[in-house]
Structures are given as C-alpha cells and as structure tokens.
Design a protein around this ligand. Structure first.
Ligand code: ADP
Length: 475
C-alpha cells in the first residue's frame, strides 16, 4: 500500500522564502568579499606609496652625499654614510659603476664581490628603482639610485629595509577588516534567516486561515500585526471572508425561508384535498374547496417564480404592495386551516371589521395570518379556542390572533421571533415546526411597515397583535 501524504502548501512557500534569503546572503557575501579585498589592497597601496617615497628619498640623499666625494673608497663612503644618522635602514650597499661593492653597512659581503640585486643593475643604468614585498607580516622595501658625477653614473646606492613593525600594523589592519566583514556577513545571514522565518510564519498564518475557511468555518479571521503589505493582505482577506460569510448566511436563510414558505401552500392543498375526500359535501362546497386548491397552486406557482427570480439575481421582489382589505384574507386562511382545527377539536371564532384597507403585498398578508393562525392551532390544547379579530382605529388596521393554548414561558418570549428558536422542541418538531414561522412573520410585518406584539401567559394562552397603517383611499 502506498501512502502519499500531501505537504501543506505554506511549507513549500517557506522553502521559497529560504531560497530567497540564501540568494540575498550570497549576493551580500560577494559584495562584502569584494569590499574586503579592495580595503586590504588599498591599505597595502598606502603603505607601498609611503615606503617608496621615503626609501627613494633616502637613497637619493645618500647618493648625492656620496657623489660629492672625489674618490669612492670603502673608507670615504663609510665615513659619509655613518654621518647620515637619519637613514635608519637595514642595509646600505654602495657599488662602483661595475657593480663592485665598495661599502656594505652590514659588513656581511666578502671583499671584492659584486652586487647581485637586480635593482643595482637597473640603478647603474641611471634609473631610480624601488621594489616592495610583503610576506608573512614583514615588509621588504628595496631602493636603488645611481651616484651621478658629471652626468654619468659612477656607482649606485642600494638600500634594504626589513620592517616588521609596520608589517604587523598592516596585518592587524587586514585582520580587523576581515573580522568586520565576517561579522557583517554573519549579521546578514542571521537577519535574512530571521526575516525569512518571520515572513513565512506570517504568510503561513494567512494560508492556514485560507484552509480553515475552505473547510467551511466562515467566522474565522486572521490576525496580522504590523503595517506592511502582509497586514493589508490579511485585512483584505478578512473583508473577503466577511462578505463570504454574509452571503453564505443569506443563502442559508434564503433556503430555509424558501422551503418554509413553500410548505404552507402545500399543507393547505393537502388539507383541502383531505377534506374533499373525507367529508360528505354538496357540489357547491366541493367546487369552493377545489377553487381554493387552485388558488393555493397559483400561490405556489408565484412563489417558485419569485424564488427563481431571486436566484437569478433579478429584482429581489417582483410583488408590489396593493391596497387590500384584511378580512377576506383572514377568511381564506380560516377556510384553509379549518380541517386542521377540527382535527384537534379547536373552535375558531372570528370578529372581522370589514372596512380595514391596508397597503401590503397580498402574499405577505396571507402568510402572516396563516403562520399566526396555524401556530394558534398547533400550540393549542384539545378543545381550545382560537379567536381572530380585525379591528381598526383612526390610523391603524389591527389583526389579533388569540388562543387558549399552552402559552409561552416568560423567559422565552424575547426569543420567539429568532430564527430556528423553538420553546418546546419535541412538540414543535411533532407538529412539523422548524422555528422559522414567527421570524418570517416578523420580517414580512416589518418590510410592510407594520408592528407585531405578543402577550402570553404560560398555561393560559397567547395573543399576537399585528398593526398596519390603515390606507383609506377617500379623503
Ligand atoms: P415553529 O415552526 O416551530 O412553530 P415559530 O417560529 O412559528 O416556529 O414559533 C417559534 C416558537 O414559539 C414555537 O416553537 C413555539 O414554541 C412558540 N409559539 C409560537 N406561537 C405560539 C403560540 N400561539 N402559543 C404558544 N407557543 C407559541
């Protein structure tokens, strides 16, 4: 069996970050190495130039002093050179024009020997020569200059200086530059790794949140500190998630409300059909019931059209409010639900003032009355009573649905208009309740500029009162 484990995406992202950091480190390494070499070479050059100037000057001074002598002998040259106390070099050689050594300050050269240094050969050809060598922390500086008498080179002065002090100074300078370079590079490596780590951690947080959202937890939000682009990205992501959450909530609400609304006409059709089948009815009543079934089917049709329009995003609400008298809608609902009431032995009484016109969408008014009356039957006791009245004041049309049922506990009253809230879950489920009916009622009442109130005494009964502005057409 082969098990393939999928690596989290942000780990791969972390590796990319690490690669970038390493590229950055490599670039800075090249730059720092170049700077290090350049500084070392510059230091050496400064030492070389100062040595060259000093040594050539000393050699020329000695050559000019020696050149003043009438004859160049070991004794005369030695006397002249020993007078020049400022020379301070390791070795001074004076030769004649053939390169034969006349004077050696170190007295190490055997008598009658010739100078072998290439600088001497060049100086005898009338050139000033300087060579510089830096090995093992020691500077070797050699200068040679011709001794000129009447325009011709009659010999040369050669000087050697072995300087370990300045060599040590140059070495310590180079070591310091190298140390600074290494420290800088280490700092760059540490900074790059820390930056790469922090960056991938922050990026990982966004990736992680994306996965959580992908799994369906739309309430999740990513928290990003700081003020950089990642924080902006995190905030944008949160905005996006919020919009996603809102639209998901709307979708869920839409689906549940739609199915609840569709249930009402279907239940009515079933009740009416049952009544026709089960009761002995005269032709007139049967016609009336079948007519009602047709009306309910028509309402179902309108609703499914409305749902289709909503899902297609066409005008959210095609229905227009119209002036409607409340009483006929109540009568229609009572007719629809009378079979249900009879089954539970509930007596429905109506007291309807006929002249109560209001401005409302007809299907909304029907649905409001239907849900309230249905609840009055569902949550009633066998043999209970349900009173529906339509009244009016100067300004308002008032619908009252009052039952002698179970009532609602006081602490539950503030919640009954919430979606999916049910007081007695078992009873509500048994009667096909989903906790949506009253929330739909409240939405519909509010979108038609009405108000709804409830009064209830637990164990005694409940009264729902709905008020709409009366809409008299005559002055
Ligand atoms: P459901 O679909 O469960 O009936 P509703 O939104 O219509 O949902 O009602 C919410 C809850 O309020 C119900 O579960 C019920 O407990 C309570 N309720 C609603 N109307 C009445 C009433 N007339 N008498 C007693 N309780 C009621």
């Amino acid at each position: 069996m082969v098990i393939i484990s999928e690596r989290p995406k942000f780990k791969r992202y972390g590796r990319t970050q690490f690669r970038y950091a390493m590229i950055y480190v490599a670039i800075t390494f090249v730059v720092l190495a170049f700077l290090n070499l350049y500084c070392s070479a510059s230091c050496q050059r400064v030492f070389y130039q100062s040595k060259e100037a000093a040594m050539v000057e000393k050699a020329q001074l000695a050559a000019s002093e020696v050149g003043k002598l009438d004859v160049l002998t070991s004794t005369t040259v030695s006397a002249t050179i020993s007078r020049m106390t400022s020379l301070k070099v390791t070795q001074v050689l004076v030769t004649d024009q053939s390169g034969l050594i006349i004077y050696d300050s170190t007295a190490q050269v055997p008598p009658e020997s010739y100078a072998t240094q290439p600088q001497v050969t060049q100086a005898l050809q009338n050139n000033d020569v300087f060579t510089w060598n830096y090995r093992g922390g020691i500077m070797y500086s050699e200068a040679a200059t011709p001794i000129v008498s009447y325009g011709t080179a009659v010999g040369c002065v050669y000087m050697l200086e072995v300087d370990s002090q300045q060599g040590a100074l140059l070495r310590s300078l180079q070591v310091t530059i190298l140390t600074i370079t290494i420290i800088l590079e280490l700092l760059v490596i540490a900074f790059s790794l820390a930056f790469a780590h922090t960056f991938s951690k922050r990026m990982g947080r966004i990736m992680n949140s994306m996965r959580i959202i992908q799994e369906g937890d739309y309430s999740h939000r990513v928290t990003m500190n700081g003020h950089d682009e990642l924080t902006v990205l995190g905030n944008e992501f949160n905005d996006l998630t919020e919009r996603l959450q809102t639209s998901e909530n709307k979708r869920r609400q839409f689906v549940s409300d739609a199915s609840h609304e569709l249930k009402t006409p279907l239940a009515s059709i079933k009740l009416l059909a049952d009544s026709v089948l089960q009761n002995d009815m005269d032709m007139e009543t049967i016609r009336e019931f079948v007519g009602d079934i047709g009306e309910e089917a028509e309402r179902l049709n309108r609703m499914s059209q409305k749902l289709l329009d909503l899902t297609r995003g066409e005008g959210a609400d095609l229905d227009v409010a119209e002036i409607i008298y409340m009483a006929p809608s109540v009568e229609r609902v009572v007719r629809m639900l009378s079979t249900l009431a009879q089954r539970s032995n509930i007596e429905i009484m109506t007291d309807l003032e006929r002249d109560v016109p209001i401005l409302i969408k007809e299907d909304d008014l029907y649905q409001i009355i239907f849900n309230l009356v249905e609840n009055g039957i569902k949550y009633n006791i066998p043999g209970g009573k349900l009173t529906i009245s339509v009244d009016r004041t100067e300004e308002c049309g008032i619908l009252r649905v009052s039952d002698t049922g179970t009532g609602i506990p006081e602490d539950a009253i503030p919640h009954i208009f919430e979606r999916f809230y049910r007081v007695d879950k078992a009873r509500s489920r048994a009667s096909g309740g989903s906790g949506l009916g009253l929330s739909i009622v409240r939405n519909m009442v509010e979108r038609n500029q009405g108000q709804i109130h409830v009064e209830s005494t637990f164990g005694m009964g409940t009264t729902f009162t709905v008020e709409f502005t009366a809409f008299d057409t005559e002055g």
